[in-house]
Design a protein around this ligand. Structure first.
Ligand code: ADP
Length: 361
């Protein structure tokens, strides 16, 4: 999970989102490292077994490489170790034992290791299934959120098409009435052409947003992306008397364009909602060493301290039914996290909120 860190600036103290970490997150082990570790521990257990003859302890130590192998390298290797471990253990056992006792030891250890390997494998598969179900659910949430955004944009753009359509209809009426002489008719036809181009551009933007998908990432100029997204959102913002400005430098990061557009749309939409009386939203792109930063700032009411810790939770919303789904920020968080980035939130009651996305370049 990307860290959500505190931000500080001069001026009155800002509320900042708490740092979220997963203290239980296990260290990541590569397949090859797991294999090496399994072999090393297996050898060490074999040597210890031979040197000390402390069989019960070594019996337990053999469980470590078997567990590692099943978990990280698959069942085949794990089961192979289930046979190798008791074979080593019996081979190095120097205690005087009758052959049938040795065979009994071997079979007993084999049974123990196999049972253990089967259990570990079951757990691994169960976790894998749950992880894939979780991924599936997340992707459906993102899709739902995307459809909501497209619906809102379409409503805003439909409104935006009204003006050029009126102009086209008026000019076409004039031409067809035969009241315009040659030159005036040509000028009107040109106006119709311009307005048609404008409408095509508006519709193309929306189609572009709706169509783009996939999981591919490519180096993207974030300032241009912010500008394009703002262009789409301006009609809706204008209705709420909110202006959207883009500032900052050209900075590239390897991102999934459509996902990042979704992130910016969600943040800007929230910013617009936070300013019921109108105001300004500013998108700023900044370069910071190996990171690109995009800030989305508003002059809204800010986020109350009791609400702040919950804003990234799925389905958490303070908006009325039909106004908010509570998905926006959880989708933002998921996407930024997938990109290896982090989010900082800085908010001051009555003064506004800034979401800063830090993405690796
Ligand atoms: P939704 O917008 O559907 O409510 P989100 O996950 O996008 O869902 O946001 C969750 C909550 O976070 C919002 O209901 C709102 O209370 C708060 N919030 C998000 N962005 C802002 C903002 N810029 N200013 C004030 N509050 C915000």
């Amino acid at each position: 999970m990307g860290s959500l860190g505190a931000a500080s600036r001069a001026g009155p103290p800002a509320l900042a989102s708490p740092v979220r970490r997963r203290p239980w997150a296990a260290p990541r082990i590569e397949r090859r490292a797991a294999l090496v570790l399994s072999v090393v521990i297996l050898t060490a257990a074999g040597v210890a077994d031979a040197e000390t003859g402390f069989a019960p302890l070594c019996l337990l130590i053999y469980l470590v490489p078997i567990g590692l192998a099943v978990w990280f390298n698959g069942r085949a290797l794990g089961y192979a170790l289930c046979v190798i471990a008791p074979a080593i253990s019996i081979a190095v056992d120097r205690a005087p034992k009758a052959p049938y006792v040795r065979v009994g030891d071997f079979v007993g250890e084999l049974g123990l290791y196999f049972t253990y390997a089967v259990l570990i494998d079951g757990m691994r598969r169960r976790l894998a299934t749950e992880a894939s179900l979780r991924r599936e659910a997340l992707s459906q949430l993102r899709h739902a959120d995307r459809l909501t955004t497209i619906g809102k944009l379409a409503a805003g753009l439909a409104h935006e098409l009204g003006t050029p359509l009126n102009v086209v209809s008026g000019k076409a009426n004039l031409i067809s009435s035969g009241r315009l002489a040659g030159d005036a008719a040509r000028r009107s036809a040109r106006v119709i052409e311009e307005q048609a181009d404008r409408m095509t551009a508006i519709i193309r933007h929306l189609l572009d947003f709706a169509r783009r998908g996939g999981t591919g990432r490519s180096p993207t100029n974030l300032r241009l992306l912010a500008e394009e997204t703002s262009e789409l959102l301006r009609p809706t913002a204008r209705k709420a008397e909110v202006t959207i400005a883009c500032e900052g430098v050209d900075v590239e990061a390897s991102v999934n364009r459509s996902e990042m557009q979704q992130v910016l749309s969600n943040l800007v939409t929230n910013a617009v909602h936070a300013m019921p009386g109108g105001g300004a939203v500013t998108l700023t792109t900044v370069e910071d060493g190996p990171h690109a930063i995009i800030r989305v700032s508003d002059e809204g009411e800010g986020i109350p301290a009791d609400v702040l810790p919950r804003i990234f939770d799925p389905f958490f919303t303070t908006k009325d039914v039909g106004q908010g789904t509570g998905l926006g920020l959880s989708v933002v968080h998921g996407i930024v996290d997938d990109h290896g980035g982090s989010i900082e939130v800085e908010t001051r009651t009555g003064r506004g909120t800034t979401f800063s996305l830090r993405l690796p370049r």
